[in-house]
Design a protein around this ligand. Structure first.
Ligand SMILES: N[C@@H](CCC(=O)N[C@@H](CS)C(=O)NCC(=O)O)C(=O)O
Length: 306
């Protein structure tokens, strides 16, 4: 997979072994951590994301160094992180000084570079089908952002004018490939019409219904009876939506059963949930309150389905 040539930051080239720039509750980082777990690689030392102390730059055998980039603290919107990832999103991976961006590319890279379960099928048609499912999931990531911000994070995710200015300035030097500037400008000034959020929810609902129908042939995982790269892409989305109150079991029962199989895997428990339990509980409690007031994601999904 293409490594990033000449990153602006001097940090990646100093790192030995595997280092993941990530945030525990971030869906895009969760799928990479799941993949690391499936490859038999576990979480090692925790260091500051921009630390170049002698101990912090060292690799650990069979482990990855955790470089936490706090999204609530806006650590991803700093010049230090923007020099590593010009889109200012997590995750980013460094292996022996080489930088890789984009969760799909990172998982493909890990799959080739390490042993453990094979995640990208080697057989042509199965590989193409799995990668098509991943591409579809990537496009729908925008919908996840709209839905989870609206029904999950709410006001907590709004940026004040000073933060929006700082983001705009940083984005002007990078490429803002994830369109953070426009999104945060509109989201923080409440200028996104309700219909836009509902349309994103409809996109997700119809994609989940399609997956649900496919799984009805009895396969254990999305592409076959083996886990592939497609499974973490979709299960992390569902995990986040469940946290926000999406009634998956009621609307997509076969997809729910598949999600349970994914959830039970040690790599899901250890690499995704282990340090995400507090956020998970907070999200779920908030969703319960909103549901009780008739304003939750549950009611919105029921309306989309009606
Ligand atoms: N296409 C990218 C998407 C990365 C992405 O959007 N990451 C989110 C977390 S899931 C992020 O860092 N968002 C920062 C923000 O919304 O401020 C990938 O798959 O790696």
């Amino acid at each position: 997979m293409p490594k990033i040539e000449n990153p602006k930051s001097t940090i990646p080239s100093q790192l030995q072994g595997l280092h993941l720039f990530h945030y525990d509750p971030a869906v895009c980082a969760q799928r990479v951590r799941f993949a690391l777990g499936e490859k038999g690689l576990s979480r090692g030392r925790e260091v500051k994301f921009d630390s170049t102390e002698p101990l912090a730059v060292r690799g650990e055998s069979g482990k990855w160094v955790s470089r936490r980039v706090s999204l609530p603290m806006k650590a991803h919107m700093t010049p230090q992180y923007a020099a590593i990832h010009p889109n200012m999103v997590v995750p980013a991976l460094v292996h022996d000084g080489d930088l890789y961006l984009e969760s799909m590319d990172i998982i493909e890279y890990l799959d080739d570079a390490f042993g453990g379960s094979r995640l990208v099928p080697t057989e042509g048609p199965l590989r193409d089908a799995a990668m098509a499912r991943v591409e579809e999931a990537k496009v729908l990531h925008r919908s996840i952002r709209f839905v989870t911000f609206h029904w999950g994070l709410g006001r907590l995710a709004m940026l004040n004018p000073k933060e929006r200015n700082a983001l705009g300035e940083l984005a002007a030097q990078g490429d803002d490939g994830e369109q953070l500037v426009t999104f945060y400008d509109q989201y923080s000034t409440r200028t996104i019409p309700e219909s836009v959020f509902v349309n994103h929810l409809k996109n997700l609902y119809s994609a989940f219904s399609e997956l649900n129908a496919e799984l009805e042939d009895g396969r254990q995982f999305l592409m076959s009876d083996e886990v592939t790269i497609a499974d973490p892409f979709w299960s992390m989305k569902i995990n986040r939506l469940i946290e926000c109150g999406y009634p998956v079991e009621a609307h997509h029962p076969t997809l729910w059963a598949w999600y349970q199989r994914m959830f039970a895997r040690p790599s899901f428990q250890n690499e995704v949930m282990e340090k995400n339990r507090v956020t998970n509980r907070v999200f779920r409690a908030k969703a319960r309150i909103e549901r009780a007031f008739g304003k939750g994601l549950k009611q919105a999904v029921d309306a989309v389905a009606a």
